[in-house]
Write a protein that binds this ligand. Structure first.
Ligand code: AMP
Length: 395
């Protein structure tokens, strides 16, 4: 990778714009998990200590019409940072294309980039506007590195110097090392609801892992090869692909029993059923006890674990057991464990096992795309910008 890194640059007195991934769960203005903010903090503080004029930007959630929506405002994150970084001035701006400048060693938090028209479409005019906010652009949002958007990708074409932040670099090196030389047996656990995006990575994971454990909507899609699974979440167009993977690799563990409910509700009672006994009006929402036992045994023996996604609807107490037992088994395992994805981070927080996981990635989609072997757009952007720097003889 021919890219510039933040620690190679003299940033003193410069306007340094850092694209972070501060996309944390917020309920009624209260941050539910600060894992991503904490992961970004060392980069922000590094730039502050070097006396840069530090500006940070991030997306938060999925605002509908590229305009302000209170529930997606970064204001609670600004308030959080103001408390953490109490040794300097911290400002917030929602009108930042006309914002006043700040002094060296101070921090400016920009409002959600997804309120800006053109952000998602990687609009050139918006990308150029971002580039004018800074002397140096730092891409540190590993969690958004798979997005070709104005604040993660487009800006790179217009800004003189774009570089990788320490978090982005660290995450990529960590994943590279795990994939290059894993201790065996290596197992992968893939759960969650985003069936279509996760199916792409299953092929690669099945190829490189000794065992692949599927949960959530992915497991349901495998079950749907042989059973009618009622109104469970699954993706019919992936059944054929699931069958091919199952028969080709023979290392995918499919649930042998499931917890089902009739209503998708947090008060719904759960019943354990064999897959062949699921009724039309029932929905699989978690593993059954036999499946949990079988998988916990596999986890115990693993030397490397890659984990993405809850295996059930862990938000509902009666459908939490599978995710909880698996999370706790991963925590107990003394091998190397790597976990990634927004909901995986919430699970880790819920069961307080943060310190027991060897490495927690801030990325979900980026984590999966990297494992899949795809070149992340953020890396492409940094490489292209580096070539521009050479052409323009910036150093
Ligand atoms: P993802 O973002 O793909 O990791 O999906 C996480 C979401 O998947 C969580 O909100 C879970 O509640 C949900 N989920 C897990 N298992 C199931 C299931 N069997 N049916 C419906 N949703 C599920």
């Amino acid at each position: 990778m021919n890219i510039r890194n933040l620690n190679e640059l003299n940033i003193q007195g410069k306007r340094v714009l850092i694209r972070c991934d501060l996309n944390v769960p917020i309920k009624n203005g209260i941050i539910q998990s600060d894992a991503r903010i904490l992961a970004s903090l060392p980069t922000i503080e590094f730039a502050l200590q070097k006396q840069a004029k530090v500006i940070i930007m991030s997306h938060l959630g999925r605002p509908k019409n590229e305009c302000y929506e209170k529930k997606y405002s970064l204001f609670p994150i600004f308030e959080y940072l103001k408390k953490k970084i109490n040794y300097t001035k911290v400002y917030f701006s929602n009108n930042y294309f006309n914002a006043d400048s700040i002094n060296p060693g101070e921090l400016l938090v920009l409002e959600n980039v997804r309120f800006n028209s053109g952000e998602l479409k990687n609009d050139a005019i918006l990308s150029q506007k971002y580039s004018k906010l800074c002397d140096i652009f730092v891409m540190d949002a590993f969690g958004s590195a798979h997005r070709k958007q104005a604040s993660t990708y487009g800006i790179g074409k217009f800004v003189n110097i774009a570089c990788a932040g320490p978090l982005l670099k660290y995450e990529i090196n960590m994943l590279k090392n795990v994939l290059k030389n894993p201790k065996r047996p290596m197992i992968s656990i893939v759960g969650g609801a985003k069936v279509s995006t996760k199916f792409n990575v299953l092929n690669k994971l099945s190829k490189i892992s000794d065992t692949v454990i599927v949960g959530g909507g992915i497991a349901n899609t495998f079950l749907a090869i042989d059973y009618d699974i009622g109104k469970s979440l699954y993706q019919p167009e992936f059944i054929l692909e699931a069958k091919k993977l199952r028969d080709k690799y023979n290392n995918i563990v499919i649930p042998i029993d499931s917890r089902i409910g009739k209503n998708f509700s947090d008060t719904e009672q759960s019943i354990i059923r064999l897959p062949s006994k699921i009724q039309k009006n029932e929905e699989i929402m978690d593993f059954g006890d036999e499946t949990i036992k079988k998988i916990v045994k596999i986890i115990k023996k693993a030397k490397t674990i890659i984990w993405n996604g809850p295996v059930g609807v862990f938000e509902f107490p009666n459908f939490r057991k599978g995710t909880e037992q698996i999370a706790k088994a991963i925590a107990k395992n003394s091998g190397f464990s790597i976990a990634g994805g927004g909901d995986t981070l919430s699970v880790i927080d819920m069961f307080s096992i943060k310190n027991e996981i060897s490495y927690i990635s801030t990325g979900g989609g980026a984590f999966l795309e990297f494992i899949e072997g795809k070149k992340l757009p953020a890396i492409d952007m940094l490489e292209k910008n580096f070539s521009q720097q050479i052409l323009k003889n910036i150093f």
